[in-house]
Design a protein around this ligand. Structure first.
Ligand code: ASP
Ligand code: MG
Length: 404
């Protein structure tokens, strides 16, 4: 008998039929003697629909009210799921994030979990109930309702698993696990059976959409074993856990792509100490997350600085950079929305020379120009034109033999 946290994403609870199927699986898990705690996302595209509604109603979206609005999505699915469980004679009770004791900071729309006080959830468990918790939400230290950023239900699930010392955190979705590349682009991409936290972190941070990045960070910090799997086929999915000796260290495990970033270039800024510090401090103070950065070698004492930011933050980042420019002494600020980042990721590349060379050769053979490069010990990322991204992913998947 184990304590299992099961998180069901939007597609898993898309409609009434799916909710009944999920209830069935929960009942089945429980009938085997396990304790089950459930975390749900909003049904289907509910969150997108609510965001659209907000835009239809007004051009002004106070973040507190956005949080009030969006948390409603998960309340719908949690209560409906409890009703479906009741029909199967499974005792179930729903909890909002705040009722479940999820305490966050005060940053509306992208709050971080500070603490979990799971007393009510534990009490329900002890009384034989299946607690069904609304994902993606919490209550701030100021007692305001907050959300954890898009995809935040994964984080709710992992955080709950940590707080409850669960044996496994199962993340149910519409794909059967984490793949060597996006199967829509690479039809012969393979499902990965095991991944360590570092690889999964890189995958999630570089365009892999199966798990929210924050949830993986949480899992790594607290050693939560995650099983990502399909609620359509229920087959074994991908296990994410601390690397053990039995896990073969593939040189390259996956190729990911990300089209959610934009590139900003500040031209002809003085090449002297303090310039980059000042620019990136101002971006940081505006909560802009900068990803890749390139500074060219200077000609006549001036240099171009390029960096990428999430497209959703492009407007703010441009405004900050334009405001900073006169003081920095640059010439102009350019924005480019047509970029994509391809990354190859693998724990084994730490000890294997030649991975970078093969990556560049592969892109060169496709006549794809590399505009920016960034690396970590287990990742190489290249910024390229967005219209070349599918070709790049296919070629790299092939070059590193990921289909066999
Ligand atoms: N419903 C939220 C979203 O669509 C949270 C989640 O699904 O994880 O982003
Ligand atoms: Mg998700």
């Amino acid at each position: 008998m184990a304590l299992i946290v099961q998180k069901y994403g939007g597609t898993s609870v898309n409609d009434d039929e799916r909710i009944r199927i999920v209830a069935d699986h929960i009942a089945h898990t429980k009938s085997k003697g396990n304790d089950v705690v459930v975390v749900v996302s909003a049904m289907g595209k509910q969150t997108d629909n609510l965001i659209r509604l907000a835009k239809d109603v007004s051009s002004v979206h106070p973040s507190r009210e956005m949080d009030m609005l969006l948390t409603a999505g998960e309340r719908i699915s949690m209560s409906l799921l409890c009703m479906a469980l009741s029909e199967l004679n499974v005792k179930a009770t729903s909890f909002t994030g705040s009722q479940a004791g999820i305490i966050t900071d005060t940053v509306h729309t992208k709050a971080s979990i500070l603490e979990i006080k799971p007393d009510r959830v534990l009490k329900a468990l002890n009384e034989g109930y299946v607690p069904v918790i609304a994902g993606f939400q919490g209550m701030s230290v100021d007692k305001e309702i907050t959300t954890l950023g898009r995809g935040g239900s994964d984080t709710t699930a992992v955080a709950m698993a940590t707080a409850l010392k669960a044996d496994i955190c199962e993340i149910y979705t519409d794909v059967s696990g984490v793949f060597t590349a996006d199967p829509r682009i690479v039809p012969n991409a393979r499902k990965l059976l095991n991944l360590d936290y570092d690889e999964m972190l890189e995958i999630a941070a570089n365009g892999g959409k199966v798990l929210a990045l924050r949830s993986v960070e949480f899992a790594r910090r607290h050693n939560v074993i995650i099983h990502v799997r399909s609620s359509y086929t229920w087959e074994t999915g991908t296990w994410i856990k601390k690397e053990d000796k039995q896990m073969e260290e593939a040189v390259v495990s996956a190729v990911t792509h990300d089209t959610s970033e934009a590139k900003i270039t500040a031209t002809k800024v003085p090449d002297k100490p303090g310039i980059a510090a000042s620019l990136f401090r101002q971006l940081a103070d505006n909560a802009i997350n900068v990803d890749m950065i390139v500074q060219n070698t200077s000609t006549d004492g001036n240099t171009d600085i390029s960096f990428t930011v999430p497209r959703t933050d492009l407007e703010t980042a441009l405004a900050v950079t334009r405001d900073a420019l006169p003081q920095l002494g640059g010439t102009e600020v350019l924005a480019d929305n047509e970029v994509a980042k391809v990354s190859i990721i693998g724990a084994g590349m730490k000890t294997q020379p030649g991975v970078t060379a093969l990556t560049f050769e592969t892109l060169a053979s496709c006549d794809i120009n590399i505009e920016m490069i960034s690396t970590s010990p287990i990742r190489i990322s290249c910024l390229i034109r967005q219209d070349a991204v599918e070709q790049a992913v296919q070629a790299l998947h092939n070059a590193f033999g990921l289909d066999n």
